[in-house]
Design a protein around this ligand. Structure first.
Ligand code: SF4
Length: 470
């Protein structure tokens, strides 16, 4: 076997505590993030078996999926949501787990607060009962979503059984063109690979495009790895990563920092390491993206027309059914289509950089009358930065309101639901039928595209409104 290793192999192999012959590996988990939706049954499971949480100090709980994004100081009206939030709080308190519930200064979306407080670290294994746990791979961690029974397994043992995925590397060189953001890069990759193109793989993103990205941008890219079927995505940590992580609440300090750095600096793919699959794209060819169908792979450059059924992979019937749901036709241009809702937020695009981008377009303009806009910070920390940087003033002057942190319209599990038939430009991660509310229609896009739609009331190329490059 080759002595050279990929980044993924280095992190995976260093966490294997037991190898099952012809079966999965047993991996030690460094960080377990829990939220109100997938944890109640898991906590009940360990309670019924009279098992304590093995490592409460490695377990972190935040409320996000079911939380309202206005009037969070009031009791939660929906009885199911209120009960799930209460159970999370009780379970966290019973087991001595850090709990950042509604109203807590550190509350926010699980994949936003993890990095913000240094829970997310390079070379760690991180799991959570949410598919977009892949976000944390931006730090060179192996991070993936798990199901409820696996949440119970990790609570009880701090380990998980997992078959080792194959390794894929996606290289993109060149520089991002005007109006192109990390979200566009991710949507471009998914449009090329389709939603099943990375099934069975763990992806490493490499190349100039990713090296130049901020940590926020890398999180957006890794977040969307799951949408092409990958178990997760990761980017080798570098100076930018170490700088981001340093001095956060849960990161090592003093001699422990030096020890951690000695490990983190080994986290890169060795020169001759072999991948099971390797793909390369030219980053300069990517333009602002938008989806037109009912999965994230149905995306295209915003200036293109919706492809004809005979030009796409997969069955024409499914493709046409998807367009019918969206009320679009083959060959349509997306530009100029009137929209009803804009959602800026989620663990994909609810960070400060996303609000800066949005504000750069809406500054000096007014929200279109036909648009309902939900601008939802990913956390209280993001909310504070929006205020401190003067972004809130820009948004307010343009007729927008800022909501309180939460998952919001990423999924139809709280009050922020897009009504049936309405068309939403959304910075979230899934455009499945009904994802944002029964009958809702979703166009996935970047914060720049969302902002351009918010002020024009229709799908608009943000490059037309960019006075200065963001
Ligand atoms: S924003 Fe969406 S994808 Fe992210 S944690 Fe919340 S529900 Fe999951």
């Amino acid at each position: 076997m080759s002595a050279t290793k990929t980044l993924f192999d280095k992190v995976w192999d260093s966490h294997v505590v037991h190898k099952i012959q012809d079966g999965p590996d047993v991996l030690f988990i460094d960080r377990h993030m829990v939220h109100e939706v997938t944890s109640p049954v898991a906590f009940l499971g360990i309670k019924n078996r009279n098992i304590p949480v093995m490592h409460p100090e490695k377990t972190f709980a935040t409320a996000d999926h079911n939380t309202p994004t206005i009037n969070q100081h009031l009791p939660v009206a929906d009885p199911l949501s209120a009960n799930q939030l209460k159970m999370l709080e009780e379970n966290a308190n019973e087991h001595g787990i850090s709990y950042w519930g509604l109203g807590h200064a550190k509350n926010g979306i699980v994949h936003v607060v993890g990095p913000e407080y240094g829970i997310t670290q390079p070379g760690a294994t991180i799991v959570c009962g949410d598919s977009h746990t892949s976000t944390h791979g931006a730090f060179g961690a192996i991070a993936f979503g798990i199901g409820t029974s696996e949440v119970e397994m990790v609570l009880a043992t701090q380990c998980i059984m997992q078959p080792k995925p194959k390794r894929m590397r996606i290289n993109i060189n060149g520089t991002m063109s005007k109006g192109v953001t990390p979200k566009d890069v991710a949507l471009f990759i998914i449009s090329q690979l389709t939603t099943s193109g990375a099934t069975g793989y763990f992806v490493e993103y490499a190349g100039e495009i990713f090296r130049e990205m901020s940590m926020e941008g890398r999180m957006t890219v890794c977040n969307l790895s799951i949408e092409m079927g990958a178990r997760g995505g990761m980017i080798a940590p570098d100076e930018k990563t170490f700088e981001y992580v340093k001095d956060r609440e849960f990161t090592p300090k003093g001699a422990d920092w030096d020890k951690a750095m000695a490990y983190w600096e080994t986290l890169y793919t060795d020169e001759d390491a072999i991948f099971d699959k390797e793909l390369t794209f030219d980053g300069s060819l990517i333009e602002p993206m938008i989806t037109y169908g009912t999965n994230p792979g149905m995306g295209m450059g915003i200036s293109n027309d919706i492809p004809m059924a005979n030009a796409v992979q997969g069955g024409a019937t499914t493709y046409q059914k998807s367009l019918k749901y969206m009320d679009f036709n083959e060959g349509d241009s997306m530009m100029g289509k009137p929209i009803d809702f804009v959602f800026l937020g989620s663990c994909t695009n609810g960070r400060i950089e996303d609000f800066r981008a949005f504000a750069s377009i809406v500054k000096g303009r007014k929200k279109a009358d036909n648009v309902t806009a939900w601008l939802v910070p990913g956390s209280h920390k993001v909310e504070s930065a929006i205020k401190e940087e003067g972004i809130l003033d820009i948004l307010t002057e343009s007729g927008f309101q800022l909501r309180e942190p939460g998952c919001s319209a990423c999924l139809a599990m709280n009050d922020d639901k897009v009504p049936a038939g309405k068309l939403a430009v959304s910075t979230s991660n899934r455009n499945f039928e009904g994802r944002q509310g029964p009958g809702s229609r979703t166009l996935l896009a970047s914060p720049l595209v969302a902002a351009a739609a918010a002020v024009t009331g229709k799908v608009t190329d943000p490059r037309e409104l960019m006075v200065e490059l963001v």
